[in-house]
Design a protein around this ligand. Structure first.
Ligand code: PDD
Length: 287
């Protein structure tokens, strides 16, 4: 059976799935999304992802397209139809279909699309060697806490990383401090051994992987600080890594072409990666 997608109440072959040309997501990027990791056929941190979806929608005054219970049923049905074992589930909700006009339409109903993608976890080589990041100005709007489908600066940023032979671009605010990656959160272990990630605010997306790692750090009594850090601190760091639903915990070993620390993934990073992987394998991830 070919891979299927869910589009506004129907399961359709992925290749034939389509939305209306006047969907406001298409015309105005007037919508939000979630990427939920799937490991061994289970959604990881499903409720935190749905909490964030609900929050993003609330900030844009878009209704949930259906109850959480119904949403969970659709997720499971699509995963089952696609026999998804490892990878992720993508869900997108827009304000719906209406004649093009900036103001909120009176009658539009939120539109919901879901797809799944089978994907193996990041390659062993990337994890063993670590990846490179470049730094670029953060050109985004002032509500990066909303997981909006409006991702043009992120797309351009990621492409400039790829063009430069790097894996990710870390975006830098006007004060010279790193906000986050184009699709990941940024972490460093400073030269003074302080584990740092930027605090949640409207300047970053509060990653679910970030939040889970913070929870694991607290459980293990590991000290860390949530504060902005500069590009200079990152250059001089002993270790760095990034987190996201598709990368889990990924070591960063180069910044703007220069090695971080000794140029190899650090001990703290490896321990945190293991702790996160252990969480993914355990029962708590499905709670
Ligand atoms: N990106 N920051 C940004 C800008 C992101 O787009 C993402 C997620 C993250 C990490 O969030 P989480 O841990 O919840 O995945 C941080 C997803 C994976 C994407 O756009 O594909």
């Amino acid at each position: 059976m070919p891979r299927q997608a869910y589009v506004n109440g129907r399961y359709v072959p992925h290749g034939a799935a389509a939305v209306h040309i006047e969907d406001r997501g298409y015309q105005f990027a007037d919508g939000v999304y979630e990427v939920v990791p799937v490991s061994r056929g289970r959604l990881i941190d499903e409720d935190p992802h749905l909490d964030r979806l609900e929050r993003s929608l609330g900030e844009l005054e878009i209704d949930m397209p259906m109850s959480r219970r119904a949403l969970k049923l659709v997720c499971r049905q699509l995963m089952r139809r696609n026999r998804l074992s490892n990878g992720f589930l993508y869900m997108q909700v827009t304000r719906g279909v209406a004649p093009r006009d900036h103001k909120f339409p009176g009658a539009a109903r939120p539109a919901l699309v879901m797809t799944t993608r089978q994907m193996n976890p990041p390659s062993g080589q990337a994890v063993a060697e670590g990846v490179g990041v470049i730094t670029i100005p953060d050109l985004r709007w002032k509500r990066c806490d909303i997981k909006s489908v409006s991702l043009l600066p992120n797309v351009l940023g990621k492409q400039s990383a790829i063009t430069a032979g790097a894996y990710e671009a870390w975006m830098v605010d006007p004060e010279g401090r790193i906000t986050e990656g184009t699709s990941t959160n940024a972490w460093i272990v400073t030269k003074d051994k302080e584990l740092v990630t930027r605090e949640a605010s409207t300047s970053i997306l509060n990653g679910i992987t970030r939040l889970r790692l913070i929870d694991l750090l607290r459980q293990d009594g590991v000290t860390f600080t949530e504060r902005p850090f500069t590009v200079e601190e990152a250059r001089q760091a002993r270790e760095a890594f990034l987190t996201s639903s598709t990368n889990f915990v990924m070591p960063v070993t180069r910044i703007d072409g220069e090695p971080i620390g000794n140029g190899h993934p650090g001990l703290v990073t490896s321990k945190l990666r293991d702790a996160y992987l252990q969480f993914v394998e355990g029962p708590e991830a499905r709670a």
